[in-house]
Design a protein around this ligand. Structure first.
Ligand code: AMP
Ligand code: ZN
Ligand code: FE
Ligand code: FE
Length: 281
């Protein structure tokens, strides 16, 4: 069984429609994928229908934008009931924050010599969750920059010249909302891009007490040493250790579908917990 539990469609900042993403996963020889768009469940119905047609499994998910002491932390949620009001309302607030920062970033980029409009950015978005990758796409479409990667490297990175902060849910509250919606909570790429100091083992231990189920260990942004260290922590803390590609279609180069995989027994345990809690798996 080849299981990839973290992928994005154009409903957020991937480049494939949910149904196409699922077909690509089937062609890539995957047996199960989770669709985990940023802060929205909007692609799930389409992905589920496509998964049924393609004969692969689709786990409904989401990547929740959260923060801890001002630092951005991504939380994967699996099997949540999307109609649970507290989670639904909080996600709407996070998406409003995504849209609300666009005018500020557009103004900065215009001052920096790369004039674009809010409409240019919205024209790049294929769904309900708008992010910096769409701003990058607008800059590429104008011919200012060659790629999303270049846009992030020079302008859009956290704290960068064109960066404007946005609202994100406090991490422990986000875990509570996921659990309240009967879901399973897994910390995404916890030590990617030098984040090791933001989330030390003591802090991860505290999150277990708040209801965290697992951590993403095998991820393209974790090197071999990082994976080994995280696997050790997962073992000590009793956390599930998952693996995934964090595929974004053509939007990210190092994340082909199936780049990293989740152990079938870990996947079975995630599904078991979702069923036990009354979620949707
Ligand atoms: P935002 O959602 O607006 O906070 O933007 C963050 C998103 O941009 C994350 O989903 C990342 O996957 C994506 N991202 C970060 N760095 C890059 C990069 N260098 N190239 C493409 N996408 C990126
Ligand atoms: Zn993304
Ligand atoms: Fe992420
Ligand atoms: Fe992601």
């Amino acid at each position: 069984m080849r299981i990839d539990l973290h992928t994005h469609s154009l409903v957020s900042d991937g480049t494939d429609a949910p149904a196409q993403l699922v077909r690509n996963a089937a062609s890539a020889g995957l047996d199960v994928i989770a669709l985990t768009d940023h802060d929205t469940f909007d692609g799930i119905d389409e992905a589920k229908a496509a998964a049924q047609a393609s004969g692969i499994g689709l786990l409904a998910g989401l990547e929740f934008s959260t923060q801890r002491a001002g630092a951005s932390v991504h939380l994967l949620a699996y099997g949540c009931d999307p109609s649970e009001p507290a989670l639904r309302d909080e996600l709407a607030k996070v998406r409003e924050g995504r849209n609300g920062r666009v005018p500020g970033m557009v103004a900065r980029l215009t001052e920096l010599g790369m004039p674009i409009t809010i409409e240019d950015v919205f024209a790049q978005a294929g769904g309900s969750s708008l992010g910096r990758p769409h701003i990058a796409d607008a800059l590429v479409a104008k011919g200012y920059l060659p790629s999303r990667d270049a846009a992030f490297r020079d302008w859009l990175y956290e704290g960068g010249p064109a960066y404007v902060d946005r609202y994100c849910t406090e991490l422990t509250r986000a875990i509570a909302l996921v659990r309240q919606a009967y879901g399973v909570a897994v910390l995404a790429h916890p030590w990617a891009r030098g984040r090791r100091d933001d989330l030390p083992e003591e802090f991860l231990a505290d999150l277990v007490a708040h209801g965290l189920d697992g951590i993403e260990v095998d991820h393209p942004d974790h090197d071999a040493d990082t994976r080994e260290a995280l696997r050790g922590i997962a073992g000590r803390l009793g956390l599930l250790a998952t693996g995934s590609s964090d595929h974004h279609g053509l939007g990210k180069v190092n994340n082909p579908l199936g780049a990293c995989l989740t152990d079938p027994e870990v996947y079975a345990e995630i599904v078991r917990r979702i069923h036990a809690r009354g979620g949707c798996a």
